[in-house]
Design a protein around this ligand. Structure first.
Ligand code: NAD
Ligand code: DAU
Length: 352
């Protein structure tokens, strides 16, 4: 039976587990969205997945290759397209919303598509969820909380104030606010997750780790911004997917959960690990100019997710995860090679 809503902030009186049968995954051809689709197909045998993806430069239909056709429907389209969104929502019982413009550097060069997709797109989906009573899981980022000093002993929690720094993170913060307002005002059954930096296979080569791996593989120097001491809290993408499924199916309506795997590392250390793992001199890279407004440090306290829902990361050995990520890019050159020149040309234009 499809259950379409739960009371605010509680599971009392309801069976503990929400079992969606038809799930829309927006952005399901992107890095994390496609990992989540694979995760659902492998772990939730009764769920049918409908991917709604515009296939921007960041989306790739091949990310879904090999998945069973009777479990997956792919719809190429824009989350801002109200008519299309309504037609899909009228037949679904849950949406997991990954679709976004996701790269900070792009948002600094041109914020326009970030406002449209991240804010207007989320609004369009929320209105359809309200109309058809669809359960809504919103995938967001720890960047909504701004940054921490390197010597600050604290980490982000669900109660940290919103202080986004970049056009990207401010549009994600705006989308979180819309989701909360649609819950409080209209009773849309929502959950929100804010996750730290993901790594793993199928990540677009504009992002830090795959950019450096593919630079080395194409004879270019890796590029490190600023003083290289900015800290990111790395989590394997499969741990993120598992957490999102848990929150969708067992999270309390109206609640926010932070997702992170205690993976704080500075960029210099990560880059040197990549270079060492690829048999290169750990100092063989270029220092390049810093990102404007560059957040110094992110760190997640995932206590709520662990204590209330029992989530634990599986990929706790970062070096092992990094090695298998490097291997994936070595073994899947055709997946990224065609994009390399254009991606680096964008960076050349901004001096990065
Ligand atoms: P990505 O850039 O790899 O993928 C985004 C996907 O969304 C692409 O397939 C793209 O085609 C699609 N898309 C973009 N605009 C669209 C539109 N208007 N309509 C339909 N589809 C559209 O992004 P990602 O890194 O996989 O991130 C996915 C989500 O997770 C984002 O919401 C992001 O904010 C969030 N997130 C990412 C990270 C991370 O480390 N990458 C961490 C925390 C949260
Ligand atoms: O924290 C979650 C966020 O993580 C997500 O919301 C974003 O979608 C995702 O892109 C990521 O944002 P970052 O800006 O942290 O990721 P990025 O891979 O762009 O950069 C990681 C760090 O590496 C950052 O401190 C900037 C630095 N960097 C990046 C690139 C591309 C470099 O030093 N050199 C580079 O070439």
């Amino acid at each position: 039976m499809i259950r379409r809503s739960q009371p605010q902030g509680t599971l009392e009186g309801f069976e503990k587990v929400f079992v969606p049968e038809k799930i829309i995954v927006t952005g399901g051809a992107g890095f994390i969205g496609s990992n989540f689709v694979r995760w659902v197909i492998e772990n939730a045998p009764n769920a049918h997945v409908v991917v709604l993806d515009k296939l921007t430069y960041a989306g790739n239909i091949n990310n879904l290759a090999g998945l069973p056709e009777d479990r997956l429907t792919f719809v190429k389209g824009d989350i801002c397209d109200k008519e299309l969104v309504e037609s899909l929502f009228s037949e679904a019982d849950a949406v997991v919303h990954f679709a976004a413009e996701s790269h900070n550097d792009n948002s600094i060069a041109n914020p326009d598509p970030f406002l449209r997709t991240n804010v207007e797109g989320t609004y369009t989906l929320l209105e359809a969820a309200r109309k058809y009573g669809v359960r809504f899981h919103h995938v967001s980022t720890d960047e909504v909380y701004g940054d921490l000093a390197l010597d600050d002993p604290s980490k982000f929690t669900e109660d940290s104030p919103y202080r986004p720094s970049s056009p990207y993170s401010s549009t994600k913060a705006a989308s979180d606010m819309l989701v909360r307002a649609w819950h409080r005002t209209y009773g849309v059954p929502i959950t929100i997750s804010n996750c730290s930096n993901n790594y793993g296979a199928y990540q677009h080569i504009e992002k830090f780790i795959p950019r450096q791996i593919t630079n080395i593989l194409t004879g270019k120097h890796p590029k490190l911004y600023g003083d290289g001491l900015n800290v990111r809290d790395w989590i394997h993408v499969e741990d993120h997917s598992a957490a999102v499924w848990l929150i969708l199916t067992q999270g309390a309506i109206g609640e926010t959960y932070l997702i992170g795997a205690d993976g704080e590392k500075n960029n210099l250390d990560v880059l040197r690990s990549i270079l060492r793992n690829m048999g290169k001199d750990p100092d063989d890279f270029d220092w390049v100019k810093d990102r404007p407004g560059h957040d110094r440090r992110y760190a997640i306290d995932a206590t709520k997710l662990k204590t209330e829902l029992g989530w634990r990361p599986i990929h706790t050995d970062f070096d092992a995860g990094l090695k298998s990520t490097i291997d994936w890019y070595i073994e899947n050159k055709p997946w990224w090679l065609g994009e390399k020149e254009a991606t680096e040309a964008k960076y050349d234009a901004t001096g990065h």
